[in-house]
Design a binder for this molecule. Structure first.
Ligand SMILES: Cc1cc2nc3c(=O)[nH]c(=O)nc-3n(C[C@H](O)[C@H](O)[C@H](O)COP(=O)(O)OP(=O)(O)OC[C@H]3O[C@@H](n4cnc5c(N)ncnc54)[C@H](O)[C@@H]3O)c2cc1C
Ligand code: FES
Length: 422
């Protein structure tokens, strides 16, 4: 009996140990399986997120996401035009798709020009609609402003040294002067000289979209020798009933025929609009030399066109005053306020702020303090200036955000006494 009990106890003990061993093995197997499962899940998740990142990248590439900083472009084609202008067709060196842009926007170039200590930064409007294969800019040679001054640095460099195959450093399209092609309202485009470029982009885009908007285009230049993109514009006017092109030659050449090469002798004026347009109820988009735009904007205001329907692009600091800055200069508060003291630290100049100045860049230039500039629209960042003390305001939020302690002089106004590192 004792033996039997001992045997039973032993058997029970063995069964218990065996059960525990089995439980341990099963438990470990489960744990290992769970580990393997979770590793698999981790791998799957990783693969899924990689795939979705790749998909997002592919999508961005297909749509052509805008790039930040510099992208390399090759000059695919260089086509000389009338009016000492030349078009440059640019293709991305990385062969990836081009991001879309709004017609009227521009590219910013950083040029390394021999003999210049720093990179030369200049903006050029996109002169065609978005084409999947290229961006196009059209650049006019800038002559010396006075015989003793050098000819324009960048424009002449483009004409003389940028050839097919040259690689250029380009910032993404930008700018606030553009046509909203989702709207249907009638528009008047007004351009003079090389100011034709953003309007060309607008016109080409509207035509490509099959827009039936009522479009008037007033273009002024001296004569047919200066008439940039003449054949293209004549052709698009002939083919599109909704587009009325009126060309004004201020000094027609001996072979220029009125009614053929041009429609009006003289300059583009608001009197001409009053004669031809059924009303003043249009959106006006304008680009040309400063005095030309100033005279047109003043006359449009006098004709009763609200400010928010007049859009313009200035091609440089000496051009039309930015309207956005006007309120600060004209309100009773501003007139009554004490004059701010502006100190240009490096130049050792302390001067009273001129309330008629459109921005700090313009004011600095008028005081003989040279600040670098590019777009003059708060986009390219070229005019960034360090502030030693004081604050600035922006009538319009700058497109490229300045670092704390600096300002974009081309769109900034002093908010009080200001000491600039300039
Ligand atoms: C948004 C935007 C879009 C633009 N789009 C176009 C476009 O589509 N096409 C186009 O052709 N241009 C365009 N421009 C103008 C372009 O950016 C340049 O300003 C233009 O090409 C002149 O640059 P530059 O380097 O050739 O001349 P700069 O070297 O800047 O010289 C300009 C003028 O200053 C004179 N000058 C030089 N030194 C002195 C001195 N010491 N004192 C006084 N005067 C001096 C020169 O003789 C010249 O007449 C655009 C500008 C902007 C801001
Ligand atoms: S000149 Fe381009 S941001 Fe001021």
């Amino acid at each position: 009996m004792l033996n039997f009990l001992l045997l039973l106890g032993g058997a029970l003990l063995i069964a218990l140990v065996a059960g525990q061993l089995v439980a341990l093995v099963v438990g470990q197997t489960r744990a290992l399986r769970a580990q393997a499962f979770s590793a698999q899940v981790g791998r799957d998740l990783l693969l899924t997120s990689l795939a979705s990142a790749r998909r997002a990248q592919r999508k961005a590439d297909e749509a052509g996401a805008p790039w930040s900083g510099i992208r390399k472009f090759s000059v695919a084609k260089k086509v000389p035009d009338r009016g000492d202008a030349c078009s440059f067709y640019l293709t991305p060196h990385d062969k990836k798709p081009l991001p879309p842009f709004k017609p009227g926007q521009y590219l910013t170039f950083e040029l390394e020009i021999p003999g210049q200590k720093k990179k030369v930064i200049r903006c050029y409007s996109l002169s065609d609609r978005l084409n999947p294969d290229y961006y196009r800019v059209t650049i006019k040679r800038c002559p010396p402003s006075k015989p003793e001054h050098p000819a324009g640095l960048s424009s002449n460099f483009f004409h003389d040294h940028i050839q097919e195959g040259t690689i250029l450093d380009v910032k993404a399209p930008g700018g606030h002067f553009f046509l909203d092609t989702s709207k249907e309202g009638p528009v008047v485009l007004i351009s003079a000289g090389v100011g034709i470029t953003p309007c060309l982009s607008m016109m080409n885009e509207l035509i490509a979209l099959g827009s039936k908007r009522e479009i008037w285009w007033f273009f002024g230049c001296r004569n047919s020798a200066d008439h940039i993109m003449k054949d293209h514009v004549v052709e698009l006017a002939a083919k599109n009933e909704n587009i009325r092109v009126h060309v004004c030659y201020s000094a027609p050449g001996p072979d220029d025929k009125e009614g053929v090469d041009y429609q009006h002798k003289g300059r583009v004026t608001v009197d001409l609009f009053k004669e031809l347009l059924p009303s003043n109820n249009y959106d006006y988009f304008m680009c040309g030399p400063g005095p030309f735009m100033e005279s047109i904007t003043t006359a449009l205001t006098a004709w009763g066109v609200p400010d928010d329907r007049v859009h313009f692009e200035a091609f440089g600091p000496a051009s039309v005053k930015k309207k956005a800055a006007a309120p600060a200069a004209t309100t009773a508060d501003a007139a009554a306020a004490p004059a701010f003291k502006i100190t240009f630290g490096k130049s050792n100049k302390v001067v009273a702020w001129d309330r008629a100045a459109a921005n700090i860049l313009e004011f600095a230039t008028s005081q003989g303090v040279a600040l670098p500039s590019g777009c003059c629209a708060g986009q390219c960042g070229t005019c960034v200036t360090a502030i030693r003390s004081g604050n600035v305001t922006y009538a319009q939020e700058p497109g490229s955000k300045p670092e704390p302690g600096t300002c974009l002089a081309c769109v900034a106004l002093p908010a009080g006494d200001l000491v600039l590192d300039a």
